[in-house]
Design a protein around this ligand. Structure first.
Ligand SMILES: O=P(O)(O)OC[C@H]1O[C@H](OP(=O)(O)OP(=O)(O)O)[C@H](O)[C@@H]1O
Ligand SMILES: Nc1nc2[nH]cnc2c(=O)[nH]1
Length: 178
């Protein structure tokens, strides 16, 4: 890992408040649906966000996980999305809420949404904690966004730098030092 420093970008309390708000929004949208609702977290980045968020949804939902890879090196996307682990649940006729930590190029979510719809999901919505809208390469509609952030490399609250820092309780900005 290159020499670097980390500064707080979004403190723990702000994340907490936002997760509560997102949970309420999702709950409002799903509570009248007759379909089963499955929250699908994308590993590993969404794990901590997902764990906190589902507890803020006062409605019975299932939890499932997918693992996809699109990142070549530790800080740049390879542009190729590959499914490493599919959902365990049958998604046909279900309402899906994809839970993601961050959207950047949009390639991952664009691919996963199409994939779940092709398996017969009744609806697929997307909830991301962080949105970096400046480097989109693929068009994707995001239903629930926590924070729009500048084009910086971030870590914490599930998000890694070379697999470290997922355990930080805040979102931090990484600056490489020389
Ligand atoms: O919008 P995109 O440019 O596609 O990038 C976003 C994706 O990249 C990161 O995942 P990563 O592949 O690093 O895996 P991880 O969740 O295991 O850290 C992040 O968690 C998103 O899933
Ligand atoms: N760890 C990490 N992964 C990303 N994927 C897209 N943007 C980011 C980021 O800022 N940090």
């Amino acid at each position: 890992m290159k020499k670097h420093k980390i500064e707080v970008m979004i403190p723990r309390e702000d994340i907490k408040r936002k997760v509560r708000e997102l949970g309420e929004l999702i709950e409002k949208d799903i509570k009248d649906s007759d379909n089963e609702v499955i929250c699908v977290g994308l590993l590993k980045g969404s794990a901590i966000f997902m764990a906190d968020l589902v507890q803020r949804i006062d409605h019975p939902v299932k939890m499932d996980f997918m693992s996809v890879s699109s990142y070549g090196s530790s800080m740049e996307t390879s542009g190729v999305v590959k499914i490493i682990k599919d959902v365990d649940e049958d998604v046909e006729g279900k309402d899906i809420v994809i839970i993601e930590d961050i959207i950047d190029s949009g390639l991952t979510l664009n691919y996963v949404k199409k994939f779940l719809l092709s398996k017969g999901a009744a609806s697929v919505k997307i909830c991301t904690l962080l949105d970096k809208p400046y480097r989109r390469k693929a068009e994707v509609f995001v239903d629930y966004v926590g924070f729009e952030i500048p084009n910086e490399f971030v870590v914490g609250y599930g998000i890694d730098y070379a697999e470290f820092y997922r355990n930080l309780p805040y979102i931090g900005k990484v600056t490489l030092l020389d």
